[in-house]
Design a protein around this ligand. Structure first.
Ligand code: NDP
Length: 307
C-alpha cells in the first residue's frame, strides 16, 4: 500500500495553503482534490477582498495559482475523491474513489462546506450571472442596483444589511411569518430603510436573459404572486459542511462541523487536523480558510516531529 506522511483532503484555499506549508516542511504531502477541484471559489466570479490582489482576481485563477504554488514545493496534487477514512488504525488508511488505498501518518481535512440552493432550474441557469450564495464575495458587483436575499437566519440578515449599504434596494424573501435570526440582527434589518422584508414568500422562478438575472417571481402563502425587478439574487439559506465521511469518526457539532480544540486545528482524533469551512460556520472567507490551512500544516508538522 502506498504510504504518505501527510494526506490532505480538499483543494480549496485551506487545503492548498496546508499543502504549501506541509511541502515546505518536507512532509511530501499528497492532496486529493475531491468532488469540486478548487472548491467553492471556483464558482464565484471576481475576488476583490483577498489581500495581495489590488486589481482582483477570478476565483478560478486564484485556485490555479494556489495549486501551482503547492506543486512548486513538491505537493503531490491528485484528482480523486477520498471515499473512506479509517481513523481507528495507525497509520490512518484512506480509500480513494472506492478502490485504491493509501496509508497516512497524519491527515488534514479541508473538505469545505457547500452553500444550500433552492434547487430551481432557473436558479442553476443563472448561477454566476446574478445568482450567488455569497454576498460578501459578489455583492459589490450590484452596487446601486436592486437585489434580493432569500433566508431568515443570521446570514440572510447580515448579508441583507451588508448589501443595503452598497445597493439601492434589498428585498429579503422569508418563507415564514418571522425571522429566525437573533434579535440584534433583526433589529438592524428593520432599522435599515432600503431593506424590505417580504414574509411568507417563496421563490417560484429566477428570471433573466443572456446578460443575467432581471427579476424574480415570488409567491405568497395566500397564493398571490408578484415579480421583483432585481439584478442580483442571493441565497442565504445555510451551508452544509462536507463531513459525511467523518460521521462517527471525528467529533462533529450539532450542525455537522468538525470540532477542533480552540485556537488549534486538532480534531478529536490525534493526528487528524481540520482546516477551513469544514470547521468554521462563522467566517467562511478565503483568507480565513487559507490561514487555518497554515495552522493545520504547522500543527501537523509538530505532531509528526513529536512521534
Ligand atoms: P440558518 O439555518 O440559521 O437559517 C437558514 C434560513 O434559511 C432560515 O430562515 C430558513 O427558514 C431559511 N431556509 C432554509 N431553507 C430554505 C428554503 N428552501 N427556502 C427558503 N428559505 C429557506 O442558517 P444561517 O446561515 O443563517 O446561520 C447558520 C449559523 O451561523 C447559525 O447558527 C447562525 O446563528 C450563525 N451565524 C451567526 C452570525 C453572527 O452571529 N454574526 C452570522 C451568520 C451566521 P426557516 O426559518 O423557515 O427554517
Amino acid at each position: 500500500m502506498e504510504k504518505t506522511k501527510c494526506l490532505i483532503i480538499g483543494s480549496g484555499p485551506a487545503g492548498y495553503t496546508a499543502a504549501i506549508y506541509a511541502s515546505r516542511a518536507n512532509l511530501s504531502p499528497i492532496l486529493y482534490e475531491g468532488i469540486e477541484p478548487g472548491g467553492q471559489l471556483t464558482t464565484t466570479t471576481e475576488i476583490e477582498n483577498f489581500p495581495g490582489y489590488p486589481e482582483g482576481i477570478t476565483g478560478k485563477a486564484m485556485m490555479d495559482d494556489l495549486k501551482r504554488q503547492a506543486q512548486r514545493f513538491g505537493a503531490d496534487v491528485r484528482f480523486g475523491i477520498v471515499t473512506d477514512l479509517q481513523t481507528d488504525v495507525r497509520p490512518f488508511v484512506a480509500t480513494i474513489d472506492g478502490e485504491k488505498q493509501i496509508a497516512a501518518d497524519a491527515v488534514i481535512v479541508a473538505t469545505g462546506a457547500s452553500a444550500k440552493y433552492l434547487g430551481l432550474e432557473s436558479e442553476a441557469k443563472f448561477r454566476g450571472m446574478g445568482v450567488s450564495a455569497c454576498a460578501t464575495c459578489d455583492g459589490f458587483f450590484y452596487r446601486k442596483q436592486c437585489v434580493a436575499v432569500v433566508g431568515g437566519g443570521d446570514t440572510a440578515c447580515e448579508e441583507a444589511t451588508y448589501l443595503a449599504s452598497i445597493c439601492k434596494k434589498v428585498y429579503l424573501i422569508v418563507r415564514k411569518p418571522f425571522l429566525r435570526a437573533s434579535k440584534a440582527m433583526q433589529e438592524r434589518v428593520f432599522a435599515t430603510e432600503n431593506i424590505e422584508v417580504l414574509f411568507e414568500y417563496n421563490t417560484v422562478e429566477v428570471l433573466g436573459d443572456e446578460d443575467g438575472v432581471t427579476g424574480v417571481l415570488i409567491r405568497h402563502t395566500s397564493g398571490e404572486q408578484k415579480q421583483l425587478d432585481i439584478t442580483g439574487f442571493f441565497l442565504a439559506i445555510g451551508h452544509h459542511p462536507n463531513t459525511e465521511l467523518f460521521k462517527g469518526k471525528l467529533e462533529l457539532d450539532e450542525q455537522g462541523y468538525i470540532v477542533t480544540t480552540p485556537g488549534t486545528s486538532r480534531t478529536s482524533v490525534e493526528g487528524i487536523f481540520a482546516a477551513g469551512d469544514v470547521k468554521d460556520p462563522h467566517y467562511r472567507q478565503a483568507i480565513t480558510a487559507a490561514g487555518s490551512g497554515c495552522i493545520a500544516a504547522l500543527d501537523c508538522e509538530r505532531y509528526l516531529l513529536s512521534k
